[in-house]
Design a binder for this molecule. Structure first.
Ligand SMILES: NC(=O)C1=CN([C@@H]2O[C@H](COP(=O)(O)OP(=O)(O)OC[C@H]3O[C@@H](n4cnc5c(N)ncnc54)[C@H](OP(=O)(O)O)[C@@H]3O)[C@@H](O)[C@H]2O)C=CC1
Ligand SMILES: O=C(O)CCC(=O)C(=O)O
Ligand SMILES: [Mg+2]
Length: 472
């Protein structure tokens, strides 16, 4: 059935029921080594995961690794331009849970991202990227320990769908022509806007389906968190992109206030209920005035609309969520994307789960990782309903490739996420303990060593893996 790969002789497949993995004691797990620093990162990661499983379960559980190919290694194995062979896609589909190193994407022309293709082909619609601080990690931030967020990034649409046309091509010119001469003039709100003739054109689709299934997972995750972290923030640039990013926000709120009505409160609803709790005889109009900045300057129709909203919230929610009961619910709020980049730095403790569209989540996950030690400490998972692929937030860092130098922390912590997803919490905990202790002992790779005060003597990538195992 496979052209060039052979699954291990021992082990069984992970299967799925209702979106949850059913994991045998000896699962077969496909892995992609990755390009660039993948040659250094994967061996270190495999060693740490195997050692933790062996120690946690004394031989009763074991992973049978199944080597599959993508990127440069795949071309060596399968031939020129065979970056993502059918074998690889079949193995991931068939075995359900996989882990991968980073893969190169050329900028501009050439192949499109293999990483993105893997997510789209397997419908791994949720990218989960936690950013939390390990004590002793050097950080450019004064209080990195206050940041404990999980980015829930939509993983299949937005500009990552890759539907774009190069400037000057026949289709780009045709599109610009149709937009300038037919579609824009037919849309009064666009006025006399015109697209420059020498533009490249990209399409940014954001669907209700894609947005709501992502937010659904984010809310379900929030339900499993301690009470003080039960928050979901919808991140968007809806003030500028109303029908894509603004719609993401609206669909997120719609889902929270329908499917999760009993469990959720929106920030605005909490203000309305809070105003009445603070002053039980407050009028609808005064309540509306406190909720809506600039209320008195609004048109009478708009003021009436907000009063009706206040009335609707009080009627629908006072019984179930009023009298402070909303404080035990999941708080769903929203923040504009540029503002959230400063908010996670100035008020990190106020955020927990950040639900984002694809591009915003890509940016935000690197920025948040920087606060807790850098890209060497940024793990991730791509999760769908019948399949999951674990990978670090960072890329191939080509200038460090093959030097046994980079920090394997992100890929190892992606392995921890994989073990937790499989329900192998004991092995996951050992790795977190070992990693935390190695960092506290200043046994770290160059990226963390150079930021420590005084600078520490850097370990190699492989030596850091050994230090983690020693500290289990
Ligand atoms: N999921 C994936 O596979 C991803 C793939 N990519 C691809 O990777 C390639 C390179 O991308 P690039 O923009 O350079 O981004 P990278 O994330 O690969 O690297 C940027 C910089 O981040 C730091 N860094 C990255 N990984 C580590 C690590 N493990 N330990 C310590 N520091 C690390 C290094 O900083 P310094 O040198 O300052 O120490 C490095 O130069 C591109 O082709 C890109 O498309 C990018 C992101 C994700
Ligand atoms: O696929 C790539 O080349 C980049 C992807 C990326 O930056 C990410 O997923 O964070
Ligand atoms: Mg990225």
């Amino acid at each position: 059935m496979y052209e060039k790969i052979t699954p291990p002789d021992t082990g069984e497949k992970i299967t799925f029921s209702d979106g949850e993995p059913i994991v045998p004691d000896n699962p077969i797990i496909p892995f992609i080594r990755g390009d660039g620093t993948g040659v250094d990162l994967w061996p270190a990661t495999e060693r740490v995961i195997d050692a933790a499983v062996a120690k946690a379960y004394g031989g009763d559980r074991q992973i049978s690794w199944f080597k599959i190919y993508a990127g440069d290694e795949a071309c060596e194995q399968y031939g020129t331009y065979q970056y993502l062979p059918e074998d690889t896609l079949t193995a991931i589909r068939e075995y359900g849970v996989a882990i991968k190193g980073p893969l190169t994407t050329p900028i501009g022309g050439g192949i499109r991202s293999l990483n993105v293709a893997l997510r789209q082909i397997n419908d791994l619609y949720t990218c989960v990227r936690p950013c939390r601080y390990y004590p002793g990690t050097p950080s450019p931030h004064k209080h990195p320990e206050q940041l404990d967020v999980i980015i829930y990034r939509e993983n299949t649409e937005d500009i990552y769908l890759g539907i774009e046309w190069r400037e000057g091509t026949e289709i780009a010119q045709k599109l610009i022509d149709t937009l300038n001469n037919e579609l824009i003039p037919a849309t009064p709100e666009h006025g006399k806007k015109q697209i420059r003739l020498d533009s490249g054109i990209g399409i940014k689709p954001i669907s209700k389906t894609g947005s709501q299934r992502l937010v659904r997972r984010a809310i379900k995750h929030a339900l499993r968190l301690p009470k003080n972290k039960q928050m979901v923030t919808l991140v968007h640039k809806g003030n500028i992109m109303k029908y894509t990013e603004g719609a993401f926000r609206d669909w997120g709120y719609e889902l929270a206030t329908t499917e999760f009505r009993e469990e959720c409160i929106t920030e605005r609803e909490s203000w309305i209920l809070g105003n009445k709790e603070h002053k039980p005889d407050i009028s609808l109009e005064d309540n509306a005035r406190q909720v809506e900045p600039g209320f008195d300057a609004l048109t009478p129709e708009k003021r009436q609309e907000i009063c009706d909203e206040v009335k609707g919230v009080l009627e629908a929610l006072w019984e179930s969520h009023g009298n402070g009961k909303w404080k035990d619910k999941i708080m769903v709020n929203d923040r504009i994307a540029d503002s959230i980049f400063q908010q996670i730095q100035t008020r990190p403790s106020e955020y927990s789960i950040l639900a984002t569209m694809n591009l915003n989540g890509d940016y935000l996950s690197d920025a948040a990782a920087a606060m807790v030690g850098g890209l060497g400490m940024g793990p991730g998972a791509n999760i769908g309903d019948t399949c999951a692929v674990f990978e670090a937030t960072h890329g191939t860092a080509p200038k460090h490739a093959g030097l046994d130098r980079v920090n394997p922390g992100s890929l190892i912590l992606s392995g921890v996420m994989m073990l937790e997803y499989m329900g192998w919490q004991e092995a996951a905990d050992l790795i977190k303990k070992g990693l935390g202790a190695a960092i506290s002992n200043r046994e770290v790779t160059y990226d963390l060593a150079r930021l420590m005060e005084p600078p520490a003597e850097p370990l190699k990538c492989s030596e850091f893996a050994e230090a983690i195992i020693r500290n289990f």
